[in-house]
Design a protein around this ligand. Sequence first.
Ligand code: FA5
Length: 344
Amino acid sequence: MTDQSLQDQALQAIAAAPDLDALQAVKTRYVGKSGLVTKELGTLGKLPPEERKARGAEINAVRGAIEAALTEREALLKQAALDAKLASEAIDVTLPGLPLPAGGLHPINRVYDDLTAIYERMGYAVIEGPEVEDEHHNFEALNVPWYHPARDLQDTFWLEDGRLLRTHTSPMQIRYMVNHEPALKVVVRGKVYRYEATDATHEAMFHQLEGLVVGDGISMTDLKGTIAEMARGLYGPTARVRFQPSYYPFVEPGADFAVWWENPRGESKWLELGGCGMIHPNVFKAVDDLREAEGRERVYEGKTGFAFGLGPERIAMLKYGIPDIRYFYANDPKVIGQFRGELG
Ligand code: FA5
């Protein structure tokens, strides 16, 4: 092939390369390491010395022309690629934005907020506490020794280090009294855990609201009045409360309480809410022992007080018509999505 036709062929291929990849292939074919022009330069060695210079200049002229055309085409194709990218990524700032799905409060948090608002009105402090507890705070200090059958009432998730997931919020009674002197009024909100089979009204993880009041001359009447006030806060001025004797090792006497629940559809029933009672003297003694071990004064002997614990899930199930407690924690958007957007 003559120099001229080699050059023409190359320039044609360059002009026809549709994109940068194709152009690279043309470059390799003609001026790459073993390209056609490069090979031609390799033949110089076989020529007689006096011809080499002139022939070298000829081939270099072809190479120069091809390289100039490559550079020019490359700049053109790069600009075209950039233009195409900019065109495809153009943003139409006049389009309306996409709506962001609004979150909402979980039904349990709504009930908690209702309950804590009622107790705050009565002057209670609202606290939380650790979900990982030790045996002493969860059982012993609450007058539940290891051999006591009441431990079977609350099957426990044990951790490998001997600690446990609290089975109720009552250990916070102990923690709070160790750190505060009477008189005191406090409610505790938080998760509790029990190793038990689940069904429509029982979960292995659920919530409790614990109340604790300690002072001088606190009586069962104060306890009943407090629960009645809570019931009125939840269900209006005509709400009714029922107490039935019951047993919890950390109170004496102990009771279960229920509220009369009615809805506009005419359904009504006693809603078993939780347990309560007057603080057992052994609990005060255990608190004073812990205080003493920390170098604090014993201040609970001779005091009186009451405590109660209830499950907000039961209230939420009836309030929102949720038939199975497991729906609360299954994270099914069809259930939880119904509570989206409204924060009341
Ligand atoms: C207790 O946990 C006591 N600590 C309550 C208490 C506190 C009594 C202070 C006296 C003084 P109980 O095991 O009954 O008691 O649980 C209290 C409430 O938690 C129950 O009435 C119920 O509303 C709720 N509850 C209990 N187990 C479950 C469960 N597996 N799933 C959902 N809610 C539950």
